[in-house]
Design a protein around this ligand. Structure first.
Ligand code: SF4
Ligand code: SF4
Ligand code: FES
Length: 281
């Protein structure tokens, strides 16, 4: 492969977006982000691209490549067929800022409202002890690089399927890491059911398929959380037991923001995702 053909989305929320074609010379080992940098350096210096580490660790270079959410710094040009057009467009779930850059600040607002780690009040930190297997259980969730590719692919957020809050897979992962922490004392089940909107997740596993850190989002985070919510709110025996033992008071309600409409898809962004092999669904 000596050259690739890229079709790159360009636009702002107030202008009609369009795809612009570029032919980019290829060198061994190039990734999509390299090709975007070549375009910036040679043909479109004002092309807006967000990136930082170029090592698949900062989570900032997420975009949709041939319709699939990916890190552009981790997507090799050699993964595509010779002569195939590579389409690059912004993450559609979030409001467009410009070209390939979207406004992901809603995620940080949600993050602030996740009930934080709550260690036992009567145990000083130096006495905290837990088993290696408990560490391993939550370690997976700490690998998240906050790329928000899972949020982008989740149909509930992407299609704005609800006016009610839904925190999305990234924050279900964060909640799972806290909820399964061996010495955390908070009960997040009410929060997950009401403000977190966990019931909107229908376990399609699309989020797991796109996670660059290979976190088993659905199997290891969401399903166990759903089971906890079901036990707490829908299992009559457990409900009676909790009433009798009076354990773990629910957390106070928080005002959870809803992902704003005016996503890249509706604000000057591309109208329909191009068909892609391995469509995340
Ligand atoms: S499993 Fe599907 S519906 Fe549930 S959070 Fe992941 S992408 Fe969204
Ligand atoms: S869970 Fe995976 S896909 Fe989602 S934000 Fe974290 S690293 Fe990205
Ligand atoms: S530039 Fe940091 S993850 Fe791609």
């Amino acid at each position: 492969m000596t050259e690739v053909h890229l079709s790159v989305f360009r636009g702002t929320p107030t202008t009609e977006g369009t795809f612009v074609d570029f032919d980019v010379p290829v060198e061994d080992g190039m990734v999509v982000l390299d090709a975007l940098h070549w375009i910036q350096g040679h043909e479109a210096p004002d092309l807006a691209v967000r990136w930082n580490c170029k090592a698949a660790k900062c989570g900032s270079c997420g975009a949709e490549v041939n319709g699939r959410p990916r890190l552009t710094c981790k997507t090799r040009l050699s993964d595509f067929e010779d002569g195939e057009t590579i389409t690059v467009e912004p993450m559609r779930a979030f409001p467009l800022i410009r070209d390939l850059v979207t406004d992901v600040s809603w995620n940080y607002e949600v993050n602030e409202r996740i009930p934080p780690f709550q260690p036992p009040a009567d145990q000083p930190q130096e006495t905290w002890r837990w088993q290696q297997e408990d560490i391993e259980r939550v370690q997976e969730f700490r690998k998240c690089i906050e790329c928000f590719l899972c949020q982008d692919v989740c149909h509930v957020l992407r299609n704005h399927e609800t006016e009610s809050p839904f925190i999305g897979p990234r924050f279900l992962v964060r909640s799972a890491g806290l909820e399964m922490h061996p010495i955390d004392t908070a009960d997040r089940t009410g929060h997950l059911k009401d403000e977190g909107g966990i019931g909107y997740c229908n376990i399609t596993k699309c989020c797991t398929e796109v996670c660059p850190e290979h976190i088993k989002i659905t199997d290891n985070a969401i399903i166990p959380l759903k089971e906890r919510v079901a036990d707490k709110y829908y299992d009559p025996i457990q409900m009676v037991w909790r009433k009798l033992t009076g354990k773990r008071e629910p957390l106070p309600m928080v005002d959870m923001p809803v992902l704003p409409k005016g996503s890249s898809a509706s604000a000057g962004g591309p109208e329909d995702p191009p068909p892609a092999s391995g469509d995340p669904g």
